[in-house]
Ligand binder design. Structure first.
Ligand code: DGL
Length: 262
């Protein structure tokens, strides 16, 4: 059994992917992490396909140069372009989409599932196709406004409930029993969503992705086993002050946030 001491790279367009990082930190207590919040280029979800691909390759190259042993794309929009990263590296690259979607398929009883995601993710149809191929009806809603809210406002700001009320209106008569947070920023708005849709199943990316990562690291003998006083580095391509202001909800221990230019 080998003991691989390299860190795991994780990235998102911003702070939404920290919802995934916190689940990864729980599942892998010995592993070091480097998390990049690409806030200098956020949001991804309203960019052209070419624009998103460029961001994915840019952050991906940076993490590969840091000698990470795997990259978790803690962003659904960026995960749509995983193949471009896979083309430039041999290390495992993990998308959040498939594990999250399969978790929702396992949860639904009536085969009616809502997908809330960015404009780019809904337009690309990755979730809808996977759901349909498994006999599940998909109800996609484009909610890129939620990204801007999570990045720039306190979660308790009343604007959050207002935009959630507006966007979820079209789901009220759809009888969905499961909702996928098809953007890693969105699970932070789950309390607001519950006020509209009540006690249905809400599926976020963090846990299913952590299970997927475990399977892959185990299969490739890349896990770390020794007791490690681990580090979790969080780096932003935007401003540190801005990042700090709106990630107060993130309580997991980490090093001081660093600004990077990539
Ligand atoms: N958090 C990202 C996702 O999961 C997208 C946010 C953005 O539009 O930048 O899709």
């Amino acid at each position: 059994m080998t003991n691989n001491k390299k860190p795991i790279g994780v990235f998102d367009s911003g702070i939404g992917g920290l919802t995934v990082l916190e689940k990864l930190m729980e599942k892998f207590p010995n592993e070091d992490f480097i998390y990049v919040a690409d806030q200098g280029h956020c949001p991804y979800g309203t960019k052209t396909e070419e624009g998103i691909k460029e961001c994915v390759l840019n952050v991906g190259r940076y993490l590969i140069a840091k000698d990470v042993k795997a990259i978790v794309i803690a962003c659904n929009t960026a995960s749509l372009f995983i193949k471009y990263l896979e083309e430039i590296t041999d290390i495992p690259v993990i998308s959040v989409i498939e594990p999250t979607c399969m978790a929702a398929i396992n949860k639904t009883k009536n085969n009616r599932v809502a997908v809330l995601a960015t404009i780019a993710t809904i337009n690309k149809g990755a979730y809808q196709t996977l759901l349909n191929n498994n006999g599940v009806e998909a109800f996609g809603v484009r909610c890129s406004e939620f990204v801007d809210f999570v990045e720039n406002y306190e979660l308790t700001d009343p604007l959050g409930q207002k935009i959630v009320d507006e966007k979820l209106e079209e789901l009220k008569d759809k009888n969905v029993d499961t909702l996928i947070h098809g953007c890693t920023h969105f699970s932070l708005l789950e309390p607001n969503m519950r006020k509209v849709l009540g006690d249905i199943n809400y599926v976020a990316c963090g846990e299913p992705t952590s299970i997927k990562l475990y399977e892959i690291l185990k299969e490739k003998s890349l896990l770390r086993f020794d007791e490690n006083n681990r580090y979790v580095k969080i780096q932003t391509t935007g401003s540190k002050e801005n990042a700090l202001m709106n990630m107060k909800w993130f309580k997991a221990p980490h090093e001081e946030i660093e600004e990077i230019e990539i």
